[in-house]
Write a protein that binds this ligand. Structure first.
Ligand code: ZN
Length: 241
């Protein structure tokens, strides 16, 4: 299996996760001297593609130091429980939904708009992955030793405890599903718990001024990302009354 890896910066790689109904699903790998940080994990069966990506980067399972989960959904946190067993791995999630990742509390259901219902059936259960331990619960403004220094932005909207990671030294932001890329356009994330909050959270991501953005879904933006996120379209919104 040849992993689909794209370098976004010298030590930051986008890994495309195959399969399933999700639009162009991504995880990210950040290489540091102390090991690898994986930002999101794909589906519950995605651990082998993550391992193949590590091998392609001359690393192995043992090198994974951190798994940062942008939110609890199964297309992002699905393989976390498996990868957490690979070695000395710290699992990191936003404090408001750490217990959802752990499987001790049910996550909130997204509230679909009419346009979203046209592309996805209304979910009957919150789309959580297999329960996974969380070793570190992070809050807004927390600092992580990732990519030479990363800031956590806690961004309610897509889910109550979604987060983005601003990798200042790499001029990059990993947005989770607060924003996405679709057909060449940056759009607000879909299937949100609270779309108004998602809009405000997207503005906060734009406020980082990052030049590079890696989204949970879609192609990365390599230039002028903050402006494009500030101008993100909202094509799945309900018409305003
Ligand atoms: Zn997603």
């Amino acid at each position: 299996m040849r992993p689909d890896l794209q370098p976004l910066a010298p030590t930051l790689f986008r890994l495309r996760i195959d399969g399933g109904p999700a639009h162009l699903l991504n995880s990210y790998l950040v290489l540091d001297d102390d090991g690898v940080t994986l930002v999101d994990t794909g589906w519950a069966d995605s651990a082998p593609v993550v391992e193949s990506a590590l091998r392609a980067l001359d690393r192995g399972r043992d090198d994974v130091r951190r798994v940062v989960l942008t939110h609890f959904h199964e297309d992002h946190a699905g393989a976390a429980a498996e990868i957490a067993t690979w070695g000395d791995v710290q699992v990191i999630a936003g404090a408001p939904e750490a217990d959802v990742v752990r499987g001790t509390v049910a996550g909130l259901l997204p509230r679909l708009t009419t346009a979203e219902r046209a592309i996805h059936p209304e979910p009957s259960e919150p789309p959580a992955g297999p329960p996974c331990r969380v070793d570190l619960e992070v809050s807004d403004g927390d600092h992580l030793a990732v990519g030479g220094g990363a800031h956590v932005l806690l961004l309610p909207g897509h889910t109550p405890g979604s987060l983005a990671l601003h990798l200042r030294h790499l001029d990059a932001v990993l947005t989770g599903d607060t924003v996405a890329e679709l057909d060449g356009e940056v759009i607000l994330g879909v299937f949100d718990v609270d779309r108004d909050k998602t809009r405000r959270s997207a503005r906060r991501i734009a406020g980082t001024g990052a030049g590079i953005a890696g989204f949970g879904h879609g192609e990365a933006v390599l230039h002028d990302a903050a402006r494009r996120i500030r101008e993100a379209r909202n094509p799945f919104a309900d018409p305003q009354p």
